[in-house]
Design a protein around this ligand. Sequence first.
Ligand code: ASP
Length: 447
Amino acid sequence: MSPVGSAIRSDSDLGYGGGRMRIKPWVLPAAMLTGALLGLLIGASLGERWADPSVEPFVLFVRMLGVVFLSALKALIVPLVVTSIVVGVTGMGDLRRVGKAASATVVYFMTTTFLAVVTGIVLVSLINPGSHAVGNAAAAPVELAKAVAQTPARAIYDVITSMFPSNIIAAAADSNILGLIVFSVTIGIVLSLMGPAAKPLNDVIVAANDALLKLVRFLVWFAPLGILGLVADRIGKAGGGAVVWQELAGLGWYAATVMLGLLVHAFINLSALLVFIGRRRWWPYARGMVDALLTAFGTASSAATMAVTLQCVVENNKVARRAADLVIPLGTTVNMDGTALYEAVAVIFIAQSMGIELSFAQHLLIAVTATLAAVGAAAIPEAGLVTMVLVLGAVGLPAEGIGLLLSIDWILDRFRTTVNVWGDSIGAAIVDRMVPADDAAVPTNRY
Ligand code: ASP
């Protein structure tokens, strides 16, 4: 065995289970939850003084914990997307399987996103939170409105052109993940077609991917501190517990509608798909995803969470690499159930609070454009707020309506990002079941 191989004797040495450390599976999630709660406590109690020079060293220390953790996660995105997708495609073996997996993935993404939107529309129509709205609109976010595509045609154009970057290095630097995915799928297909001649390069990519996932397993142990830093800093910047509570209470009906919708979608719609189509038991699967779900909550970014999602899906939930490696990077970028649901609720809430009645056709238009806006949203904090301009424009509402929701968007963002990640993880289990293993494929389950 090589010196490197003998230094780390088994996969479980750095993780849970029967290795040298024998750490119980609940320790890390419990530590992450504690980190989130401590962050909440610190940010809420110190928030009023967050910008005060007397506490600056402490604030900077707390902020540093979050920034370093977030940067470490983000640094993994580009190499992980490229190697995972290539491993996923070559791991399928027969290229017809890639086609089958891709269609199953797209059908899953589209159906669940649409289901999320419909759930949101039904709830917001029944609850009618707009009738309780208090007029606390922030300044009109004109720059937000200008930042995005304002028509569905433009949004589709933007998504399709971003799939074909002219410079792959620039695509990586600009976080054009969709462009990287298309590039990597193409390389994966070419490697599959080359057969044995591609083996050396394949081996390198598989080993690189294995190494990155091992790194993630190490990194997640810093998540409790990272989450503490991120949560405390965000609440602190918002002004502390009293301010946040006041803002939340002002938009309480709206926030409650979004949260209820997210709960229904996560616990009923998606969970039913996991159990009945993915044929997985709910509790073990959910337990296996806890690290990723808490990281999503802490970072408010599915892209930053992607590495942990992949690790949880593959290692804790034993989803085959060929499915996870395709579905997770793609899902992170385009499948955002929580975002779609929230956009639909938010737009109808804005209409309700302005006293505007929407027709059935307009509801339908909201459903379609919210799905599109969620696909177009980047997997970063509060991206959904920006793409909402598209949905508002489609039904003739002013982009300034977003001002109503600005103050608490960062809170709801954390919950919808968690649902986005949960949806991706279930997609991986379903595609795994729909596209069984091909014995002739390049072996990829070494990790
Ligand atoms: N923050 C979300 C995500 O990364 C996107 C959004 O809804 O703003 O999944």
